[in-house]
Write a protein that binds this ligand. Structure first.
Ligand SMILES: N[C@@H](CCC(=O)N[C@@H](CS)C(=O)NCC(=O)O)C(=O)O
Length: 237
């Protein structure tokens, strides 16, 4: 069976477990500590990052884009009809728009005070406006331009899951002012896939990391100084 090497709150891993769930491919999952990476992992992961996918033939694959491509090569495509040149290229571009926001969303949620939060929000909102404008031309579908799940939906799933938890615990609506984006997010969350793609401890770990007293979101929106939101390239501690 395939094995995914994971870290509990990693959005890049969640994109991959989302694809596996949406495709109905069974997999094992092993969680590791990123602060104390095991030697066996360092020996086979050239980038020393999760996700790492170990194939049935014991071949270790890293980088979520490469893993997603492998899953499309090996298992049924989610939307075979769009797997043709221009359509596929367009979907990939929107996938990229989503995945490049993972670390930005992490930094946004980790902001330690209102000023930093709003600065980062400004950047996020510019990206959301692009999606909103695209969705205006495609309003009659449940998901992104279709009524069946596609790679693009799973690429945005981690962003939607995190936004839903932020709203649940802090009341802050990260997609405020973007009604079509919010509907897309709600429809993806309504599939129930998000919960299947993460460990049972995900919600607690997420809240402890992003909505603690150290963050603007977690501190009841009072101003706090925070040393957790510097220029870290990783969102997972
Ligand atoms: N470009 C990588 C990014 C993966 C990534 O940033 N993973 C983080 C966890 S969310 C990680 O493993 N960080 C540990 C480290 O960089 O040492 C991908 O797309 O797979």
């Amino acid at each position: 069976m395939l094995k995914v090497v994971s870290y509990v709150i990693c959005p890049f891993v969640q994109r991959i477990t989302g694809l596996l769930e949406a495709k109905g491919v069974p997999y094992d999952i092993e969680y590791i500590s990123l602060k104390d990476k095991p030697k066996w992992f360092l020996d086979i992961a050239p980038n020393a990052q999760v996700p790492l996918l170990i194939t049935e033939d014991s071949i270790p694959l890293s980088e979520s884009d490469a893993i997603a491509e492998y899953l499309d090569d090996e298992f049924p495509l989610l939307r075979p009809e769009i797997n043709k040149s221009a359509c596929r290229a367009r979907q990939r571009a929107w996938v990229y728009q989503g995945t490049k926001l993972y670390l930005k969303q992490c930094s946004h949620m980790q902001s330690g005070n209102q000023q930093i939060f709003e600065e980062r929000q400004e950047f996020m909102r510019k990206q959301f406006a692009k999606v909103e404008s695209f969705l205006k031309g495609h309003t009659n579908t449940q998901y992104f331009c279709a009524d069946i799940l596609g790679n693009i939906d799973m690429a945005w799933l981690p962003l939607f899951h995190r936004a839903a938890l932020v709203q649940k615990y802090s009341g802050t609506k990260l997609f405020e002012g973007f009604p079509l984006l919010q509907i897309w997010a709600d429809n993806i969350m309504a599939t129930g896939i998000a919960e299947k793609t993460v460990h049972d401890s995900f919600e607690d770990s997420f809240v402890n990391f992003y909505l603690s007293e150290k963050t603007y979101l977690g501190s009841g929106n009072t101003t706090k100084d925070c040393d957790c939101c510097g220029s870290s390239s990783s969102c997972c501690g």
